[in-house]
Design a protein around this ligand. Sequence first.
Ligand SMILES: C[S@@+](CC[C@H](N)C(=O)[O-])C[C@H]1O[C@@H](n2cnc3c(N)ncnc32)[C@H](O)[C@@H]1O
Length: 488
Amino acid sequence: MNKVATQSHAAASPPTGTCYKVLLWEEGALAPEQLHAWQEARRNLLSRMRDAGIKGARGTLARLGEELRELSEQAVVRPLDTCAQAGLSLTRVGALAAKLQSEVTVLAYRLSPCSAAILVELSGEESLDELVKRWSSSTAELQWCTTPLIEALSAAEAAEWQESCRAEAGTSDDDTEADEENAAGFHHVTVLRTEAVEALQPAEGRVLVDATLGGGGHSELMLQSGATVWGIDQDPAARRAARKRLAAYADRLHIIAGNFRNAAEMLRAEGLEQVDGILADIGISSPQVDQADRGFSFLAEGPLDMRMNPAAPRSAADIVNTAAESELADILWQYGEERASRAIARRIVQERTKAPITTTTQLAAIIASVLPRKGKQHPATRSFQALRIAVNDELGALDALLESGLDLLKSGGRFAIITFHSLEDRAVKRYFDRVTRPEIDRPEWPAPRPNPEYAARLVTRKPIVAGEAELAANPRSRSAKLRIIEKL
Ligand SMILES: C[S@@+](CC[C@H](N)C(=O)[O-])C[C@H]1O[C@@H](n2cnc3c(N)ncnc32)[C@H](O)[C@@H]1O
């Protein structure tokens, strides 16, 4: 089934009484004749249920109820689950999410590009019909269906659905023992911790985005200052570790599962238009490299994976076993600056015709057979970096964050980025340069002209790097560069 992108949310409070699951969808998301047939059949079933109720025929009532559920599942829920209408986006439906929380107890919701499933518990002050009408009119730009699907759920059924939303959002508290161990064993030493956090001037009442939550090292310092933090990470293991580490700040920490390339869209769906600061500590975390089964390291046997988001469609093995030789060579050259890119790509293609390349050590040995070891660095270092960048489209995600970051900031808001290699730093430096120049000049122009993109000032001209103490304590900090701008 072609599942569409969804965004889920679940509140911490569990259901206590009767709950309602309301499914709203945009008119036009379902075929009119299909919808009409469902409405007819539903009307018919509801009137038979009313009759059975009057007669006290409980068995018939239960059977008809089940039939109604099955009919709605087939005619509405499943088609909506696969509907990705052109022109509709989570942001549009997400406008509703911003309005949900303040009105009643919203236990959970799941937004798709053209539908919203919302689990509510009523306080008794407002009827469900009034509530649904208000939701529909509060997002007038969306033409909601006039007959939403409403299902009454027992507290147990509601808790089950709430849990599934939580799991989908990567916020499951129902961790297995292995997850507990992973969370406890998530060791990532935060780089430029004070410098990066201070750059955002954290304080009570300020709203900050940690676009790369990881183990929560930077977020912790932000939270300690009293700020509210929205933490984004695409790796469920990182989110779990951060949630555990930062449990004491749960009221001010909001964790979002997703790629920071969609930060603006995801935050707007949560009702956040502008924030006081954004931090991105780009790249991978130590546990991603250290855990052999994530497939990032050539030093340990593991599946050739390298996905930060384990649900992403393309692993390193997919690229290595299916990409054309020229594409492989380009990846190794562009993202790894590997001079032997063509020879390595040729050898990979020769080897994969004999047997698929499925493990990290298998690929490392193939690369080493082309490129004998020189000095301290393993010959596979650059190729593994290149593949990792390609698998996670790291430069594409960084570009998207850069392009959307300033819009997300209030005037005076700060944007801080830590990079670990020259490709990333170049992208940040170029972008920061582009938006902080008041004027641009070209040789063919008689005089400089105002820069239409001018929107920020550089907080420090040169990047901030790790000091001696940090370098001694954490060798990974050697290549870290922190650049900061402030929106005008
Ligand atoms: C260097 S670690 C961040 C460590 C964190 N600052 C700390 O102190 O614990 C980078 C994290 O960002 C996440 N990440 C990298 N690229 C991402 C992207 N495009 N979208 C969301 N998360 C991303 C990784 O999964 C990883 O957990």
